[in-house]
Ligand binder design. Structure first.
Ligand SMILES: Nc1ncnc2c1ncn2[C@@H]1O[C@H](COP(=O)(O)OP(=O)(O)OP(=O)(O)O)[C@@H](O)[C@H]1O
Ligand SMILES: [Mg+2]
Length: 487
């Protein structure tokens, strides 16, 4: 514990100030008090540098949120923990957005306050950046969290560390979270982390991919049905919302949900109630909704494919997960950690990376983000061929021609003969596939069911390929980079 840390308590209720002060002084903290936001700001302006500010949210004239804003202008690094009321979740979310580190709900026990102070005042115990691959070193801390199914969450860049810090707070506030970002950036991984850190962790987290099912099937999957609701419904069946009561549901690819179903979802978000298909009575559930999408939200709202009212419900807290090419410093670490996990899983000795290979990874633009990087490490581990791995990156980097980062490493030579030929065949095959898909979509006026039938592939497979190749309807803009990485 940080003995003698200075804590500034800000509260307009004198009895609360006294109570909190006593609790803290028992533990040898040096305590300062302020009876209003104005007073607190004045003290900080005058040079007070508390290790932490314990800040009441509900105060007259300058409230807690305004105080955080003002305080952060003077001392951006100031640690602030907010004191809130039970019902005040939206204020807590706002406070976190403004940079508060944690919160305590009033009335609180000493043990609750102690736990929060310990978390916020103790030095960060996370692992130090240990990767030192030739010139690619990462300075600072690396935060790694183990998740189920041998997955892990790694955060080393400032952007991801900030997201990690937000997760630990938002996880505990029972509000919906909207996870935005390109394919493979880690939306599902973050959803798992949020669930793991929430009070619902002991209850199920269920994932529903809204793009994988046609509208009617998705409705019965989510909300269940009664016997006789439709042909073939012999027995009644609860939907995912009932199955994960008191747990968390991840609605993946929410942008693909039909607007009629979005309306039903809106009701669930409003009061937790809905009816199974074919039923007249309502079921009430307590489910936390997390939603993920890689679509361009503004565009989807403008095109009316995403209901604005639903968006505002889901948007209680939004996290934008940056693409890997915007946090390249994490690439060497990810290479290392994927290698360690995968080599354990496949009982292979881990391979090392040469400087050339790490450099190729640093230059490549990773349109499939961390998923693509994980698969890349898997292939490298299995094939154990460095030249092939490098030429794979070079070829894919060239294919997209956006000039941003798909730089040639060998001064314009397409690829080494062996891997080059394989890559070339793969690229040609992918190009042919892409062309056929684009033609089918244009011919069917982007009716994806019809296009899938024409191509003789399943609807789900088509959706996957549209995403893989990042094909977008004419006239719309991409959220991610232009079509790249033909695999
Ligand atoms: N921060 C991270 N740390 C470690 N691994 C990660 C991280 N983010 C993503 N991954 C890896 O990348 C893979 C893809 O992540 P995830 O499934 O969460 O992406 P997504 O954003 O949901 O993609 P999609 O839009 O295609 O569904 C994960 O299985 C995991 O292996
Ligand atoms: Mg996903």
């Amino acid at each position: 514990m940080s003995v003698n840390a200075t804590i500034l308590i800000v509260d307009d209720e004198p009895s609360m100030l006294r109570y909190t002060k006593t609790l803290l002084e028992v533990d040898n903290y040096s305590v300062e008090t302020a009876g209003s936001g104005f007073e607190a700001i004045k003290r900080v302006q005058e040079g007070l540098k508390p290790s932490l500010i314990l800040l009441d949210m509900a105060m007259p004239s300058m409230n807690g949120l305004q105080t955080i804003e003002e305080c952060k202008k003077i001392r951006p690094e100031q640690k602030i923990v907010v004191l809130s009321c039970v019902s005040d979740t939206s204020t807590v979310v706002q406070a976190i957005k403004l940079g508060a580190l944690d919160y305590v709900t009033k009335p609180f026990y000493k043990s609750e306050l102690d736990a929060v102070l310990k978390r916020c005042l103790e030095p960060d115990k996370s692992a130090k950046g240990t990767v030192d691959m030739q010139r690619y070193t990462v300075s600072g801390d690396v935060q790694i969290e183990s998740l189920e199914d041998d997955l892990f969450f790694l955060a080393a860049s400032p952007q991801m560390k900030q997201i990690r810090a937000q997760v630990s707070l938002v996880a505990k506030v029972d509000v919906p979270v909207l996870l935005l970002g390109e394919s493979g950036v880690g939306k599902e991984i973050l959803a798992r982390l949020i669930h793991k850190m929430s009070i619902r962790a002991h209850r199920p987290l269920l994932k529903v991919n809204c793009a994988a099912l046609p509208a009617e099937l998705l409705e019965s999957e989510l909300f269940g049905y009664e016997a006789g609701a439709f042909t073939g419904a012999q027995r009644s069946k609860p939907g995912k919302f009932e199955q994960c009561n008191r747990g968390t549901i991840l609605l993946d690819e929410i942008g693909e949900m039909s607007t009629a179903l979005q309306a039903k979802l809106l009701h669930v978000l409003q009061d937790g109630s809905f009816s199974r298909l074919g039923s007249r009575s309502n079921v009430t559930v307590d489910v936390r909704v997390l939603a993920a999408t890689n679509i361009n939200i503004e565009e989807a709202i403008a095109n009316k494919t995403l209901r604005e009212d639903l968006y505002y419900r889901l948007n209680a807290f939004t996290m934008h997960i940056p693409p890997l090419r915007e946090r390249r410093e994490e690439i060497p670490l990810l290479l290392k950690h994927f290698m360690n996990r995968l080599s354990e899983r496949y009982a292979n000795a881990p391979l090392s990376y040469s400087e050339r290979l790490v450099r190729a990874c640093m230059l490549y633009h990773w349109p499939g983000n961390l998923r693509e990087l994980g698969n890349f490490v898997k292939r490298y581990l299995v094939l154990q061929d460095e030249d092939m791995a490098i030429s794979e990156l070079e070829t894919k980097g060239k294919g997209q021609g956006n000039g941003s980062t798909g730089a040639s490493l060998n001064g314009g030579v397409v690829a080494a003969p062996e891997g080059g030929l394989k890559s070339l065949v793969r690229t040609l095959k992918d190009e042919a596939e892409l062309k056929a898909i684009e033609q089918a979509l244009v011919a069917t006026n982007w009716n994806r069911k019809l296009a899938a039938a024409r191509l003789n592939i399943s609807y789900k497979a088509l959706l996957y390929k549209i995403k893989q190749y990042q094909i977008v309807p004419p006239g719309s803009t991409r959220l991610s980079e232009p079509r790249t990485g033909l695999r």
